[in-house]
Design a protein around this ligand. Structure first.
Ligand code: HEM
Length: 531
């Protein structure tokens, strides 16, 4: 009992000293010193941490300093100021790389574009951009979309609808995007979206890796590195996930080599592995080492599956809350799509889908309110003065919060929390383009997402096909907030258990591990019913 009292007193003393330090830091500084947040604040508001950060950023005019624990390197300057974003992402880009810590956290991606900086990044950028911008990929994309809808999505929804079943739409969309992205990268459809909803090793390994990456953002680096070294807890799961991903990538390469041995001239097909193995001009007509091929394929799998899957889930949830917007999308489809009158067919023609301006606005609204990548972190090389007047030292961590940016009254006006696709339609009825330092969902500057157009086309094809055939209803009994609370409770349980025992194995089944990913805090966990 005495020991317990001492432990509690020690914790209270640490929290008091920590808060005092933060108070002293925030007082007596020049007027433009940012508002300071503390660790106790983060714990108190953990179940709504993104909203709390948004409130702090509103109060601090778009800049907010989070003080972490002493000597752990967890202090963060968080900003939503568009001028700061422009300086960090574009004007002084070379001074704000992702940094070596990011590379260690995301080590599953190896040296892929997403995970590199400076000259190495430039080199990978050339490969990935050339592939994603190749005209042959654009020609092949509608065929991939048609295939995954015909073989995966529609049969599954037809089955669910006829049997009157409930379905987790997020699971459906993630499986769909896994199949689409895998086809784009390897030429093979893994068929993860089929009526049986069988567990797919590829998805499971990606989920495990994503959850580990998420925990690595919270836990001190020394702690998870020790776990990795000892081969215990979540790091053990990560090692096994990496091995699974390596094996899957290796198998696809072997299958593609075999296919190419038989015939090289299938003009109908275009995929990343084919380009790598035939030294195609789409990847610079060069022979790249195996590791580049592996890292590019694995990295793009993550980039293409989770983001687009989460964005589609949120879009359907928002449409269920805004039936008028859904009717407007249907009206637009009737007016602009040539195939919509036919009962039993649809087309994924990119030209036709590009005419859907209102749907484009609805997708942008969903990405503004629920960005699948809710924040991005950069590390300063040299000290710098931000346009907001805040000075940053070298090796400082800066967080750009896309989630908070989408909810700032100063950027989007008083109605910033409302879902209004009209916001993205110009007076002449065309698409209204917002600058990327204001709409940060796809990042900004030289590191802007190279898959943006592809993602829009895929999402439009999926939404058009679903709305053409079905009405999606969110089941009322599972409210979003209740589920998110559940998520945070499970998360705290996992983290605490890991701190105390070094392992979350005992609570693995039914804990957060199977249901969360890196973009996790914006996931819905909702159940949907088609009818
Ligand atoms: C709704 C869908 C998507 C969203 C919201 C999204 C968002 C983002 C964001 C915010 C970043 C910057 C991340 C950072 O720097 O920390 C990024 C980078 C990237 N995205 Fe996407 N993305 C989407 C879909 C895709 C797709 C379909 C692909 C390709 C298959 C893709 C490929 C990439 C790549 C390669 C990068 C790294 C770029 C670089 O570091 O230079 N993304 N994406």
């Amino acid at each position: 009992m005495e020991i317990l009292t001492e432990v509690i007193l020690a914790i209270v003393a640490i929290i008091f000293l920590h808060s005092l330090r933060c108070f002293l830091l925030s007082s007596g500084k020049p007027w433009n010193w940012p508002l300071v947040g503390t660790l106790p604040m983060a714990f108190l508001h953990f179940h709504r941490i993104y909203d709390k950060i948004t409130e702090c950023l509103q109060a601090g005019n778009g800049v907010f300093l989070f003080k972490g624990v002493w000597f752990t390197g967890t202090d963060r300057l968080i900003t939503t100021n568009p001028a700061n974003v422009h300086r960090i992402m574009s004007a002084n880009f070379s001074n704000y790389p992702k940094g070596p810590e990011s590379k260690r956290i995301f080590d599953v991606f190896g040296d892929m574009l997403f995970n590199s900086d400076h000259d190495e990044w430039k080199c990978h950028r050339k490969i990935t951009h050339s592939f994603l911008n190749d005209q042959r990929l654009h020609n092949y994309t509608p065929k991939i979309n048609q295939h995954i809808l015909e073989k995966g999505l529609i049969p599954v929804l037809e089955h669910v609808s006829k049997q009157g079943l409930e379905v987790d739409l997020q699971d459906v969309f993630e499986r769909l995007m896994l199949d689409a992205t895998c086809m784009m990268l390897t030429g093979y459809d893994p068929g993860s979206l089929r009526c049986g909803f069988e567990e797919v090793a590829f998805s499971r390994a990606m989920d495990d890796a994503s959850y580990t990456i998420f925990l690595r953002h919270i836990l001190p680096e020394r702690f998870w590195k020790l776990q990795k070294w000892l081969g215990i807890g979540q790091e053990k799961i990560m090692t096994s996930a990496c091995t699974t991903l390596d094996n899957i990538a290796h198998n696809y390469v072997e299958m593609k080599q075999e296919q190419l041995r038989i015939s090289k001239d299938n003009e109908q097909e275009f995929d990343a592995l084919r380009c790598f193995l035939t030294e195609d001009e789409a990847i610079g007509s060069t022979k790249h080492p195996y590791s580049v091929m592996r890292d590019t394929v694995v990295g793009l799998m993550f980039a293409g599956r989770d983001t687009t899957g989460a964005a589609l889930t949120w879009l359907f949830w928002l449409l269920s809350q805004n039936p008028l917007a859904e009717s407007k999308i249907r009206e637009e489809m009737e007016a602009k799509l040539s195939w919509v009158d036919a009962t039993d067919c649809w087309s994924c023609d990119t030209g036709e889908l590009s005419k859907l301006v209102y749907l484009h606005g609805a997708i942008c609204e969903s990405l503004r309110l629920y960005p699948p990548v809710p924040f991005q972190i950069r590390t300063t090389v040299q000290p710098d003065m931000l346009p907001s007047g805040h000075r940053v030292n070298s090796n400082s961590k800066i967080v750009l919060s896309s989630y908070a940016m989408g909810r700032m009254k100063s950027i989007w006006g008083e109605d910033c929390l409302e879902f209004k696709p009209e916001r993205w339609v110009s007076e002449k009825g065309g698409m209204r383009i917002e600058p990327s330092n204001k709409f940060l969902a796809f990042s900004s500057g030289p590191r802007i997402c190279p898959g943006k157009e592809l993602a829009f086309i895929r999402m439009k094809a999926v939404v058009a096909a679903i709305l053409h055939y079905y009405n999606v209803q969110v089941l009322p009994r599972r409210s979003l907030e209740v589920d998110l609370e559940d998520v945070f409770q499970r998360l705290l349980l996992d983290v605490t258990c890991m701190m105390l025992t070094g392992s979350d194995q005992e609570i693995h089944e039914g804990s957060l591990s199977r249901t969360i990913d890196d973009a996790s805090l914006t996931r819905s966990f909702g159940s949907y019913k088609s009818g």
